[in-house]
Every structure is written in C-alpha cells, then in structure tokens.
Write a protein that binds this ligand. Sequence first.
Ligand code: HEC
Length: 147
Amino acid sequence: MKSYGKLLAVGLVCVAGVAAAKEGVTNPVVKERMDVMQVIRANTGALGDMASGKAAFDGAKAAEAAAAIAGAAATIPTVFEPQETDPVSEAKPAIWENFSDFTTKADALTTAAQSLDTGSLDALKAGMGAVGGACKACHTDYRIQTN
Ligand code: HEC
C-alpha cells in the first residue's frame, strides 16, 4: 500500500490536476476534497524526493510544485466547507465545529508553500519542514489517523 502510494505520487507530478482520490469514495463532494489532498501530496512528494536526494534538484520543477501546493491549499476552505461525509472519509466532524481554525491551518500551508525558497537545494531542504509541519498540524486535529 505504501509503495503504491509512492508510485501514485510520482506518477501524478506531471498531471497534478488529475489526481485520484481514495478508492471506493462515492460522495462527489468528498472525492473532490480528497483530489485536492492528492494534488498536495503528489507535489509535496516531488519536493521531498528532491530534498532527500531521491530525485535530482530542479529549481523550475520545484517552483512549479510549490505553486501547485499553494494553489491547491488555497481551495481547501472552499472544498471542505460543505459538511459532507462518505464511508471512506477520514475527515473528523471537528472540522465543522472549528471551521475558522481549520481554514487558518489551510492558510498556514498556503503561506508555507508560497514562502518556500526553491532557488537552491539547500533552501528547499530548509523550507520543507514548514510545509510538512502544516500538513501535520491540520491532520493531527482534523483527520482520522489510519496508520
Ligand atoms: C487544513 C487542513 C489540512 C491541511 C493543511 C492538510 N490536510 Fe491533508 N487532509 C485533511 C483532511 C481533513 C483529510 C481527510 C479528508 C477526507 O477523508 O474526507 C486529509 C486527507 C489527506 C490525504 C488523503 C486523501 C485521500 O485520497 O483520501 C492526503 C494524501 C493528504 N491529506 C495529504 C496532505 C499533505 C501532504 C499535506 C501538506 C503538504 C496536507 N494533506 C495538508 C486536512 C488537511
């Protein structure tokens, strides 16, 4: 499952707009927000691979990935606004009880991605912690942990 996710993330880098949500999701509203997360994951994975040396550093590709994360993160408040669910959803109801905190955490990811300095490998490495931290801050409170 893990390696499948990795393959998926790599494969999606070039087609970041056509990411695939979790298998089995039937509610289209939930699918849409999962697709947004998959775009974010694919591009974060691409940056992570460069930062860790798994992939060659490419400043232009890194800038594109950072912009894709920022663009997708900016849609989080809109795609999560309807309180919809699905049997395979990992969204906690707390999202809609604390929606302004939730959107603050979405904004934090947008800002981290926009502030990411993709001018050099060292700068990218230095900025990745803020991006990963923004995922974790939101997932800890608002996503059911399945692993
Ligand atoms: C503002 C909150 C928030 C931020 C920030 C956030 N996520 Fe999420 N993420 C969620 C929630 C909530 C879900 C569960 C959605 C559902 O299952 O309905 C989720 C689900 C996911 C999923 C599973 C999608 C699927 O197909 O089931 C992935 C992958 C993911 N996030 C990656 C990331 C990564 C990588 C980052 C940071 C770069 C990130 N997320 C930042 C809230 C957030």
